[in-house]
Write a protein that binds this ligand. Structure first.
Ligand code: KIV
Length: 268
């Protein structure tokens, strides 16, 4: 089966089919989520936290994104590959944004890029899409703004904030974004945005009324039991699965049960 294209993805959206997106950062996980039938794989700058162990996404570099995007694109065959543009790879100037996004496609083999922003990113989005770079605009809670926000909070709670977000959504649609990612948006505002625009909205922590959903793969797999925000549904006990398997392995090595004859090679 061939890789899904953006027109095919939009066809699904127009038919009312919910779109699915998940993050992945390496070829093995990419091949698994691909096999499961995910529509889009996001190489999120969340890799700064779940792969690199930082507290925020701020330290992630363009080199990191390119490296992981290449791994994911090699491991997957069907899903649309979306590379996140990291902090300061696109905010400095429109030229920098074009070069960073171009690298994500040329070197990372991504099919599209995602970038966080409000009205100040509309012009950049216009230039990127005009240059043939498909864009997902990330609005609402923007983790790259953590130092300004001082914490993660839900957006679009007041009528005024909701109005502002709807204007932003419309502006990104007009600028050519093929989808919007809504993070941490009040359910009612996410629904209004979804009803207002004619491009899909992919939600995280934004309720059911988006055109699709996205989650960070390690969160969904339950790798970190101490991370349990309200928006997250954990679909597997990945923490127990891995620690149990590794404990069994340690025990069998110590007891000289592994490697058994079955796993060993003999002279002729
Ligand atoms: O970086 C990321 O993984 C993201 C998701 C949380 C949507 O932006």
């Amino acid at each position: 089966m061939k890789r899904i294209t953006i027109p095919k993805l939009l066809e699904k959206y127009r038919k009312g089919e919910k779109l699915t997106m998940i993050t992945a950062y390496d070829a093995t996980i990419a091949s698994l989520v691909d096999e499961a039938g995910i529509d889009m794989i996001l190489i999120g700058d969340s890799l700064g936290m779940v792969i690199q162990g930082h507290d925020t996404t701020i330290p992630v570099t363009m080199e990191d994104i390119i490296y992981h995007t290449r791994c994911v694109s090699r491991g997957s065959k069907k899903a649309l590959i979306v590379a996140d543009l990291p902090f300061m790879s696109y905010q400095v100037s429109k030229t920098k944004a074009m070069l960073a996004a171009g690298r994500a496609l040329k070197e990372g083999c991504a099919n599209a890029v995602k970038l966080e922003g409000s009205m100040e990113m509309v012009e950049t989005t216009k230039l990127l899409t005009a240059a043939g770079i498909p864009v997902i605009s990330h609005i609402g809670l923007k983790p790259q703004n953590i130092n300004v926000m001082g914490g993660y909070k839900i957006h679009g709670k007041s009528a005024e904030d909701a109005k502002k977000m709807i204007e932003e959504a419309k502006a990104f649609e007009e600028a050519g974004a093929f989808a919007l990612l809504l993070e941490g948006v009040a359910v009612e505002t996410a629904r209004e945005i979804t009803e207002t625009v004619s491009i899909p909205t992919i939600g995280i922590s934004s309720g059911l009324n988006c055109s699709g959903q996205v989650l960070v793969i390690y969160d969904l797999l339950g790798f970190n039991p101490s991370f349990n925000p309200k928006f997250l549904k954990v679909y597997a006990d990945g923490h127990r699965f891995i620690t149990d398997a590794v404990r069994d392995y340690i025990e069998e090595v110590k007891l000289e049960k592994f490697p058994s004859d079955e796993h060993s090679f003999h002279r002729k």
